[in-house]
Design a protein around this ligand. Structure first.
Ligand code: NAG
Ligand code: NAG
Ligand code: NAG
Length: 587
C-alpha cells in the first residue's frame, strides 16, 4: 500500500488515512476514547462528588473534611494498638487531626487549586504542638500532625524545650490575608519539627510550639509538593530512612522553603528510641483491621488470566524445573514444601505451567474461587504505622498492549510471563487505627493514595482495579498510558464481573510476632515463579509495528524499547520476599 500525503493535509485527514490503512491490513485495533485517557496518570471516575462544574472562585475539595466510611471504634484487646499514645523514649506522641484553618490560597499547587494551612486544635492536656499542617486544596481535608508530651524522668535534660526565637521564613499574600511562616530557632541540642503560621507580622509567643531533643529526631526529606512557586514552596516531609527496622517517625508537619526543593529540609522528623513493635497490632487486631479495610479487587471485564491460590497452582500441575535437568521437572507439594529454601536468586530453579497443552491453558487462566491474599504485616515509621502488604498470585500475566496516538496496538507476546505477583499495601496508624493510605503496585513501581482519594464499595471497604493482562493495581477505572507524547504501554482497568474479596487472606509473615506465624515454604522460594521469557522482543516488535506507518513506527519502537523492563515483566517474576519492599518502604 502506497500512501502519499500533501504537506498541508489536516491532522484529521491523516488520522482517517491511517485508520483505513490499518484496517486494510486486517489487523485488529481499537480506538480508545481520548476523554478517558491521560499520560501515566490515573483517570479519576467521571462521577466526582465535588462536581465537574466547580465555581471558579470558592468550592474546593478541601472544603470537606474526609471521614473514613469505616473506622472501628473498638478493637480486640492488645498492647496499645489504636490507644492514641506512643512513648518514643521519654517523649509521648499523639495524633492531632482536627485543625483550625489559618490561611488559604485559591490557585497554584496541584491541579492549580491552591493550598490551605492549618494549626492543630484539640491538643490533649499536657501535649504541645510541634508544627503546623498544610495540604493542597485538590483533595478533602485529611491529615494529622503529631503533638508531644515530655515524660522523661530528668528535669535537667528535658525531651521538649520551647524555641529561643523565630525566624520569618517568608510571607505570602492573597487579596484576603497575608501568611507569615515562622521557623522556631531551637535551643542548643534541640531541633525544630515544624512551623508556626500567623496572619500578622508579630512574632508568635515562644510557648506556642516545642522543639525536640536531638537524640529523638531523625533526618527528613521533602516528599510531595503542596504548593508554591519559584520563590516559596511547601512540601510534605518524611524520614529519609524508612523500612521495617528504621526508627524515623513521620510527624505530619509541612516545611516551607524559599526557592525550590532543597534537601535536607530545615525541619527534622522524630525518632523512636523504644521498641518499634511496642504498639503493633496482635493477631486478633490484624484480623479486625483486615475485616474493616480489605479491598475488593475488580478484574477487567476482558481478563482471561485470573488469580488463584498458590496451592491451586501447585496441585493443578505446576512444575519445578532444575537447570540442567529440564527434561525432568517435578510436581510441587502442597504449600511448596519441596521448593528450594535458600535465598538465592540465581537461575538454578524455576516454576512453570504444566506441559500438556490442555492443562497448561487451563492453569494459565487461574481460579478466582481459590484466590486468597497473602498478608505480610510490618512496622513502618518507627512503629507508628502498620503496613499490611496484601499479595495476590496470578498463574499467568497476559501480553501487553500499546498505544500510538489513538491506535491501540496488541504487542504479540511482549509482556507475557508465567507467575505474576502483585500487591497492594494498607497503611494503618497504630495510634488511631485508621487507614491513612493505600499503595497500588504497578509494574515494579506504584503509588500511595490517600484514603480520601479511594473508592469504597457500598460505603465500606476500598476498591482496587487490576489492569488487563498486566494486573497492575489502580484506585480508579480508566486507561493509563506509560510512556510519552501519546505513545506507550497502556493499563486498562474497569469494573468487570470478576471480583476478588481480598478479605479472604492468609497471614504469611509478621517478623515482630515471632513464632506465632509460620511462614509457608513457598514464601522462601526466592527464584522465578516462571521461566525466562522465550519470545524474541525484536520479532514481536516488528510484528506489532505492522499496523503503523512512517513516523509513528519510529516513535513507537523508540518509546516501547525505552520503557523500564518491569513494564513488561521481562525480568522473570520473583516471589514477594525477593522484592525490595519486603523490608523497605514501598517507594
Ligand atoms: C541529654 O540526654 C541526651 C540523650 O540521652 C544526651 O545525649 C545529652 O548529652 C544529655 N544532655 C545533658 C546536658 O545531659
Ligand atoms: C499448608 O499450610 C496450612 C497453613 O498455611 C496448614 O494449615 C496446612 O496443614 C499445610 N498443609 C500441608 C500439607 O503442609
Ligand atoms: C509520567 O512519565 C514521565 C516520563 O515519561 C515522568 O517524568 C513522570 O514522572 C511520570 N509521572 C507520573 C505521575 O508517574
Amino acid at each position: 500500500m502506497n500512501i502519499k500525503m500533501g504537506v498541508n493535509v489536516g491532522i484529521v485527514w491523516v488520522c482517517v488515512v491511517l485508520f483505513m490503512a490499518i484496517q486494510a491490513m486486517g489487523v485488529s485495533i481499537a480506538a480508545a476514547p481520548m476523554d478517558q485517557f491521560s499520560e501515566n496518570k490515573s483517570i479519576f471516575g467521571k462521577k466526582s462528588i465535588f462536581g465537574k462544574k466547580r465555581s471558579p472562585s470558592r468550592s474546593r475539595p478541601i472544603d470537606y473534611t474526609f471521614k473514613l466510611p469505616i473506622a472501628p471504634t473498638s478493637w480486640p484487646e492488645g498492647n496499645g494498638f489504636a490507644g492514641g499514645i506512643l512513648d518514643l523514649g521519654g517523649l509521648q506522641v499523639s495524633q492531632a487531626s482536627t485543625f483550625n484553618k489559618v490561611w488559604g490560597v485559591y490557585n497554584g499547587g496541584p491541579d492549580n487549586q491552591g493550598a490551605s494551612v492549618y494549626e492543630p486544635t484539640g491538643i490533649p492536656q499536657g501535649f504541645s504542638m510541634l508544627g503546623s499542617y498544610s495540604q493542597p486544596n485538590n483533595k478533602p481535608l485529611f491529615g494529622y500532625v503529631l503533638v508531644a508530651k515530655d515524660v522523661s524522668s530528668s528535669t535537667t535534660n528535658r525531651t521538649l524545650k520551647p524555641p529561643v526565637d523565630y525566624t520569618l521564613v517568608s510571607n505570602t499574600a492573597t487579596q484576603d490575608s497575608t501568611l507569615y511562616i515562622w521557623l522556631p530557632i531551637a535551643p542548643n541540642g534541640y531541633k525544630a519539627l515544624g512551623h508556626v503560621v500567623t496572619t500578622t507580622q508579630d512574632k508568635p509567643s515562644l510557648n506556642k510550639i516545642m522543639c525536640v531533643r536531638s537524640d529523638l529526631t531523625d533526618q527528613c526529606e521533602s516528599s510531595s509538593w503542596i504548593w508554591g512557586s519559584n520563590n516559596l514552596n511547601f512540601y510534605n516531609v518524611r524520614p529519609i530512612n524508612r523500612g521495617t527496622q528504621a526508627p524515623g517517625v513521620h510527624v505530619g508537619t509541612f516545611v516551607a522553603q524559599n526557592g525550590g526543593n532543597t534537601n535536607p529540609p530545615s525541619i527534622s522528623c522524630l525518632k523512636n528510641l523504644n521498641s518499634i513493635s511496642k504498639i503493633m497490632p496482635n493477631k486478633n487486631q490484624i484480623e479486625a483491621i483486615l475485616q474493616s479495610y480489605s479491598p475488593f479487587l475488580y478484574l477487567n471485564s476482558a481478563e482471561e488470566y485470573l488469580p488463584s491460590s498458590v496451592n491451586w497452582f501447585f496441585s493443578n500441575g505446576a512444575l519445578l524445573y532444575k537447570k540442567g535437568q529440564e527434561s525432568n521437572p517435578i510436581p510441587i507439594a502442597q504449600n511448596g514444601t519441596n521448593l528450594p529454601q535458600d535465598p538465592n536468586t540465581d537461575g538454578a530453579y524455576w516454576l512453570d505451567l504444566p506441559t500438556d497443552i490442555a492443562n497448561k491453558e487451563r492453569v494459565k487462566k487461574g481460579n478466582l474461587q481459590s484466590a486468597e491474599s497473602y498478608v505480610h504485616v510490618k512496622p513502618m515509621f518507627g512503629g507508628t504505622f502498620t503496613d499490611i502488604a496484601m499479595w495476590i498470585f496470578y498463574p499467568f500475566n497476559g501480553p501487553g498492549r500499546a498505544k500510538v496516538e489513538f491506535i491501540t496496538v496488541k504487542l504479540g507476546r511482549i509482556g507475557e510471563h508465567v507467575g505474576d505477583w502483585e500487591h497492594v499495601t494498607l497503611r494503618v496508624s497504630n495510634l488511631d487505627g485508621k487507614l491513612w493510605q493505600v499503595y497500588f503496585s504497578q509494574h515494579g513501581n506504584g503509588q500511595w493514595i490517600d484514603s480520601s482519594q479511594l473508592e469504597f464499595q457500598n460505603d465500606k471497604r476500598p476498591v482496587v482495579y487490576a489492569s488487563l493482562h498486566g494486573h497492575a493495581a489502580y484506585p480508579h477505572a480508566g486507561l493509563v498510558l506509560i510512556g510519552k507524547n501519546g505513545v506507550g504501554a497502556i493499563d486498562d482497568t474497569n469494573k468487570g464481573n470478576n471480583v476478588m474479596d481480598m478479605g479472604k487472606f492468609v497471614l504469611v509473615s509478621a517478623d515482630y510476632l515471632g513464632s506465632q506465624i509460620k511462614e509457608p515454604a513457598w514464601l522462601n522460594f526466592f527464584r522465578g515463579w516462571g521461566p525466562h521469557v522465550d519470545y524474541n522482543l525484536d520479532d514481536e516488535l516488528k510484528n506489532a509495528e505492522k499496523v503503523l506507518i512512517g513516523k509513528l513506527k519510529d516513535g513507537f519502537e523508540k518509546i516501547i524499547r525505552g520503557l523500564p523492563k518491569e513494564v513488561f515483566g521481562e525480568e522473570g517474576p520473583t516471589g514477594p520476599k525477593a522484592k525490595i519492599n519486603w523490608n523497605g518502604d514501598e517507594i
